[in-house]
Design a protein. Structure first.
Lengths: 170, 457
């Protein structure tokens, strides 16, 4: 699948190019914006995509809490020794380990979530330019065929791209 | 007409390209001074290892001589693990001044590596929960050693994860700028290229990890204060002490951030980016924490003084305030409260680089003295921790040669790690600085030029 990247010196021209792409028939899901710093969501009319990161810490916390509860309740019920009149399932020491389990689960699953969600960008090529880290904005257009790639190239060039890179064209 | 003659204008904002050039030239360039600094710090750290070996030669059965070692751990664990919170809170509050301090605050988390190593011998020095009265009650297994180890590791891993997610875009930028020759960036940047989804995930990841960090920090500090300090002293039961111990940590967070920021600003020549704004704003929080330090100490002291219960007064007053260790307490009180108050109450000093930096140094020194008061006499207690009360308040002895070597070596080891990390990751966060510029405009407001800051929802 061919891809075309236009490199823009300013965010203004990149936003203008994104408008032109949409006018040329490309939908928000057909192009990706590459920036060196986060812009407000939708600044380029792009589709920022769905993520499931919230599920990771929540799921991790629930698993951690459950493990903490099982460890604390399980060990104390396995050795039911009443000490100093305190209940078998003493909440204060159980709380410490359940809290520990909850936080540990949330932490580990959040790290996994960041890795999982960040390592799978909706991008199927390696088009990139180091100038993006210096404030340039890259617009990567995923095309169905060479004809669409040619349209994207023309649109990006007309919109003022400093450079247009291509990949996967025959 | 008079007012119009004194029009207020702002310095022009740097462009993202200038920011990137300034940061990456300092990160990717080599410096003789940097290498010499690392070498000196490493040699001092080796001295600390020698001090540790000397202590170890006497064995781990008697914990008395290990008091200064434990104090170094307590201090570094407070200082090293606290600072990342300063990067989280202003970001959460969407303060516009936080960008230049983010790296200085978060990078200190790398000292956690040393903290984990320093923590290991303590596991052999303190008794299990069965031999003293702890919050673990009659927990059947692993208390407190195993669970505390998990907690300490968790906080350190949380600090590293928080730093990694914050630095992820910068690592990707370093990888691109170095043409792939920056090995650490190549390894840690993953496939980050700055798509909107990746920015969104990174923002939420920072929020979740930062929130976890604050919750973990307070809890772990409280547990350390209970399991490695308070429950070693017979009859010492204070609900204020864990809170006071944690307040020291929060004060250390602001003080460490200011100090690292001042050093980075001076030695990397970043006066253009790290301005008085950052010092001024963190100094206001630091002053509040200086006052909170005094308030927590006062609450603990007053309860014991008013109650006149011998087992409380012998610890809270005779050992920790006005008794055997008065001169140490007065030093901590002066450095953590009185001098900071006298300096920072004046806005011209508060609104400067020097004022907050001096107070940060004073506060850190005061916290170090406080950790000596916390740990050294505690480790010299020879009574059974299950006794009803402490019979005699213990004076802090002067440190011996191994202690001095351990103190210097421990500090040098932590500074070594932070110095290396600042150089490797960059003294400033490229993406945070660029974001600050993207979201800011200098506009005319009647006769004055004022900054407009965009705060996206």
């Amino acid at each position: 699948m061919p891809s075309v990247m236009g490199l823009f010196k300013s965010a203004d021209t990149a936003a203008d190019a994104a408008d032109r792409l949409q006018a040329s028939g490309f939908g928000p899901a057909d192009y990706e914006v590459l920036t060196g710093a986060p812009y407000p969501e939708g600044a380029f009319g792009e589709d920022s995509g769905q993520h499931r990161l919230f599920i990771f810490p929540l799921g991790g916390a629930m698993i951690g809490f459950a493990v903490g509860l099982m460890v604390t309740a399980g060990t104390q019920l396995s050795y039911p020794l009443i000490t100093a009149g305190k209940p078998i399932l003493g909440i204060p020491p159980m709380f410490i380990i359940m809290y520990e389990g909850t936080m540990l689960g949330a932490l580990i699953f959040t790290i996994m979530g960041v890795i999982f969600e960040s390592r799978l960008p909706n991008l199927t090529n390696d088009l990139y330019d180091s100038r993006i880290t210096e404030g340039y904005v890259g617009l990567v257009v995923r095309c169905e065929d060479d004809a669409q790639a040619a349209t994207a190239e023309t649109t990006l060039t007309d919109a003022g791209a400093e450079e247009v890179k291509q990949q996967g064209r025959s | 007409m008079q007012a119009r003659q004194h029009q207020h204008t702002l310095d022009p904002l740097p462009t993202p390209a200038e920011i990137a050039r300034d940061i990456f030239s300092r990160t990717l360039g080599s410096s003789g001074a940097y290498r010499v600094t690392l070498l000196i710090l490493f040699l001092l750290f080796l001295g600390g290892v020698a001090g540790f070996a000397m202590r170890l030669a006497d064995g781990l059965e008697d914990r008395g001589p290990w008091g200064y070692y434990a104090a170094v751990f307590g201090f570094l664990f407070t200082v090293g693990q606290a600072a990342p919170m300063v990067a989280f809170v202003p970001r959460l509050a969407r303060a516009r001044w936080h960008g230049p301090l983010a790296r200085a605050a978060q990078v200190v988390a790398v000292a956690g590596l040393l903290n984990v190593l320093l923590f290991i011998p303590l596991l052999w020095l303190v008794p299990s929960s069965a031999e003293r009265t702890t919050v673990w009650f009659d927990w059947p297994w692993g208390a407190p050693h195993f669970w505390d180890s998990i907690f300490v590791l968790m906080l350190v891993v949380n600090g590293f994860a928080f730093l990694w997610v914050q630095a992820l875009p910068d690592l990707a930028a370093l990888r691109a700028q170095s043409g792939g020759s920056h090995r650490l960036a190549r390894l840690l940047a993953g496939s980050f290229i700055g798509t909107p989804k990746q920015w969104k995930v990174q923002r939420i990841g920072l929020a979740v990890l930062g929130g976890c960090y604050v919750m973990n920090f307070i809890f772990v500090q409280s547990l350390i204060s209970l399991d490695y300090v308070m429950t070693l002293v017979p009859g010492w039961k204070s609900s204020m002490f864990p809170a006071f111990y944690s307040i020291n940590g929060l004060l250390a967070a602001t003080a460490t951030t200011i100090l690292v920021m001042a050093v980075i600003r001076r030695f990397y020549g970043l006066q253009k980016y790290i301005t008085v704004d950052q010092f001024w704003n963190v100094a206001k929080i630091m002053l509040a924490l200086n006052l909170a330090w005094a308030y927590h100490w006062w609450s603990d002291f007053l309860t014991s003084w008013y109650g006149r219960v011998p087992r409380e007064t012998i610890v809270s007053i005779d050992m920790r305030s006005f008794g055997e260790n008065t001169w140490l307490f007065v030093t901590a009180f002066m450095c953590c409260f009185l001098l900071p108050l006298l300096i920072l109450m004046w806005n011209p000093w508060r609104k400067s680089v020097a004022g907050p930096t001096v107070v940060a140094c004073l506060s850190l020194f005061g916290i170090f003295i406080q950790r000596i008061i916390d740990f050294v006499p505690t480790y010299l207690v020879t009574q059974d921790p299950l006794d009803h009360e402490l019979h005699e308040a213990i004076a802090v002895p002067w440190p011996g040669l191994p202690d001095v070597l351990i103190i210097i070596g421990g500090l040098a080891g932590a500074i070594f790690l932070v110095t290396w990390a600042v150089k490797t990751l960059g003294p400033l966060s490229n993406w945070e600085m660029q974001e600050g510029v993207i979201l800011r405009r200098n506009e005319k407001f009647f006769s004055a030029e004022v900054p407009y800051v965009i705060k996206p929802q």
